[in-house]
Ligand binder design. Structure first.
Ligand code: DC
Length: 205
């Protein structure tokens, strides 16, 4: 059985947490597609050309080192503007989405471009302030030297670049279910996601 759950939304909205929990709940495989752009972004910080990095990307690179830094996030958002870089990453994501046993992919363009036929599409949002606060706590817990103001500015800058680019901009698919996590606990957000998926599952099983 192939069953795809597409989860999109802006930076630090809770996509990662919800995706992982959904994957565990249903026994689906999970791909955080932001890691692909982050791995390419990291290579550009090392001086490698973005397209070359995207074409040569390996699954191992996604596991190496800490890709979840503020510097790499910005580099990822910048390489993600380039249509050729995005094109080089499409096949890997589509192949993953069709894995037998179900797959959850989270990113910015999964429901719109990568998997327009996904059985379930969620668009997870939260206010920029709440998202920045969550990311700030995450980064400071890792010992990163950041301020709330810097993280908020960073989140806003990335959101603007990701939403305004001409190729595969971040936006909800027309048939996406919107999930605003500003005032929702993780448990409540997960319960909602599970409910939406359960409605679609029996039809394909
Ligand atoms: O989800 P994230 O914060 O790890 O993503 C890092 C950057 O990668 C994000 O700012 C934009 C880009 N990205 C994208 O353009 N398309 C995706 N499907 C996932 C991420």
């Amino acid at each position: 059985m192939s069953f795809t759950v597409a989860i999109d939304g802006p930076a630090a909205a809770g996509k990662g947490t919800i995706s992982k929990a959904v994957a565990t709940h249903f026994g689906f495989a999970h791909l955080d597609t932001g890691l692909l752009y982050r791995a390419v972004g990291r290579r550009t910080l090392e001086g490698v050309d973005a397209l070359e990095a995207a074409q040569a990307l390996t699954a191992e690179e996604l596991e190496q080192g800490d890709l979840r830094t503020a510097e790499i996030a910005q580099a990822a958002s910048k390489v993600a503007v380039l249509p050729e870089v995005r094109a080089a990453l499409v096949d890997f994501q589509r192949a993953f989405s069709r894995r037998a046993g179900g797959a959850v992919l989270d990113g910015r363009d999964i429901g719109t471009v990568i998997c327009p036929d996904a059985e379930v599409k969620l668009f997870v949002t939260a206010s920029a302030e709440v998202r920045a606060e969550r990311r700030f706590l995450e980064l400071s817990a890792k010992g990163a030297d950041v301020t709330r103001e810097q993280v908020l500015a960073d989140v806003r800058e990335r959101d603007a670049r990701d939403a305004e680019r001409s190729t595969a901009p971040m936006k909800p698919a027309e048939d996406a279910v919107q999930l605003d996590t500003t005032d929702l606990s993780i448990e409540a957000a997960l319960a909602k996601a599970v409910e939406v998926i359960n409605v679609k599952l029996p039809a394909t099983r």
